[in-house]
Design a protein around this ligand. Sequence first.
Ligand code: DX5
Ligand code: ZN
Length: 221
Amino acid sequence: MNVTKIAPSILSADFGCLEKEVASVVDAGCDWIHIDVMDGHFVPNITMGPLVVSALRRRFRCTLDVHLMIEKPESMIPSFVEAGADVITIHQEATHHPHRALQMIRSSGLRAGLAINPGTGLDSLPYLVGEMDLLLIMTVNPGFGGQTLIPATVSKVASARRQLVELGRGDVLIEVDGGINEETIREVYEAGANVFVAGSAVFDHSDRTDAVARLTKALAM
Ligand code: DX5
Ligand code: ZN
């Protein structure tokens, strides 16, 4: 599979001028925007909800990639569908019924993603793969931007890519999230990732076009 996307995470953007911040990365050529939703329970931080998704939906046509770091995501899926998300990713650890939650997302006509924390294995993959379009492998513990990639997660990406191919689902996108920068992007790409979430590596730089170009270049080297 040769799909590769840089998905800037607005968690590191300036919320005082969010429209301008998102426009800066769209102008830099990004067509995926990663939106980190946190509830203060599943992760020790609170961020944004469906109102932010619908505000961005009204202003941008790009793919809105919503990462739900919330307990019992089933209860909020309809609100994010209504808000105009394109991809909704739920955490396996946040629900007793990840299979049902993935089905809910897909039956709403959206792409469904399953996220797993650094401490979670791939054991459920054969049982959930039929319901997913994307597997998000957390490369840091979720909750905050600006952390360092956990090295053991790279071999998990490679193992997931092998298993997906064996399961006949080589088309499932593997997204990596956390600590992705110019130094780390190449190894996760080589391991089989397609979608590279980048928060601080993009928004901590004033020249967004340059920041995105540097990541793209590191990917291609
Ligand atoms: C962390 C979030 C990430 C975060 C990544 O819980 O899921 O999307 O924004 O930030 P960086 O790229 O700075 O590690
Ligand atoms: Zn995320």
